[in-house]
Design a protein around this ligand. Structure first.
Ligand SMILES: C[S@@+](CC[C@H](N)C(=O)[O-])C[C@H]1O[C@@H](n2cnc3c(N)ncnc32)[C@H](O)[C@@H]1O
Length: 256
């Protein structure tokens, strides 16, 4: 993986340094969902896409497989998940066995910036809270569009800036709508996140505990872990105040 891709991987986990990467599996061991809401994704597909049109899915940056396994278990979909962190893929494989869907799920260690170029023809692609890894929104949407067959669906978890907040580095909802249109997608549905301050407090508690433990084990890296904790708090504050997390269901129009 090249340096830029590693930096983007760190950024996808709200970290500004790649030095944190070897510690992410430890820091996030209490989490099963690493960003996206499996419930929202399952319900969006169940409500809007007939079963026959959503059989094969690709989950890029699948983390521990929370979304992929939910799609396999609750919607009987066949899902391939790809993630760069080997521990996450190991946990996803174990979870698929535990949940009785290992025949419908496969999980692979891989770099999605490379794999996105050759994975094609899916009914559904999931890009859940992976952020800047595939580039700016235009490039990201173009790359994701190519993984889908005509009429296939993209489940995208990202965020939009509140209209009156020009400081946030996220597109507004209107700007996202234009980006989708220009990339050849029609918007089927959009669900704003319902996560609350209480949810975030609980998750911050988990991370703070693991930061304490790691700081005792590696005192020379205590600043790194403290900085990571601060960045996580910053993201939660941003989600509560400046931006709105959302899951979109988008349909790929036929190429013109
Ligand atoms: C915030 S997590 C979201 C995980 C999952 N989609 C979810 O919502 O639970 C971002 C994920 O993207 C993965 N990732 C980031 N850059 C990657 C890359 N270049 N190749 C593969 N996976 C990558 C990270 O390892 C991490 O698991």
């Amino acid at each position: 993986m090249d340096t830029k891709t590693e930096q983007n991987l760190a950024a996808s986990m709200t970290a500004d340094t790649t030095v944190i990467i070897p510690y992410l599996a430890y820091l996030l061991q209490d989490f099963w969902e690493l960003g996206s809401s499996p419930d929202d994704m399952v319900e969006l597909l169940a409500d809007h896409v007939p079963a026959g049109e959503r059989q094969r899915a690709l989950d890029l940056g699948c983390g521990k497989g929370a979304v992929a396994i939910a799609l396999a278990k609750r919607l009987a979909m066949r899902v391939k998940g790809i993630d760069a962190i080997p521990e996450f893929i190991g946990q996803a494989r174990s979870a698929a066995i535990r949940e009785g869907v290992s025949d419908r799920c496969s999980f692979e260690i891989g770099d999605i910036t490379v794999r996105v170029l050759s994975e094609t023809g899916y009914d559904c692609t999931v890009y859940g809270a992976v952020g800047p890894v595939l580039g700016e929104p235009e490039a990201m949407l173009a790359a994701l569009r190519k993984t889908l067959r005509n009429g296939g669906h993209l489940l995208l978890d990202d965020a939009y800036a509140n209209d009156d907040d020009t400081a946030a580095p996220y597109p507004t909802l209107d700007a996202w709508n234009s980006l989708f249109e220009n990339a050849g997608f029609e918007i089927v549905a959009c669900r704003p996140s319902t996560d609350s301050a209480t949810d975030y407090d609980k998750e911050m508690g988990w991370i703070a505990q693991r930061v304490d433990e790691l700081s005792s084990m590696h005192p020379e890296q205590a600043d790194l872990f403290a900085h990571y904790l601060k960045a996580q708090r910053g993201e939660y504050d941003e989600l509560l105040n400046d931006i709105v997390g959302a899951t979109w269901l988008l349909r790929a129009r036929s190429h013109r």
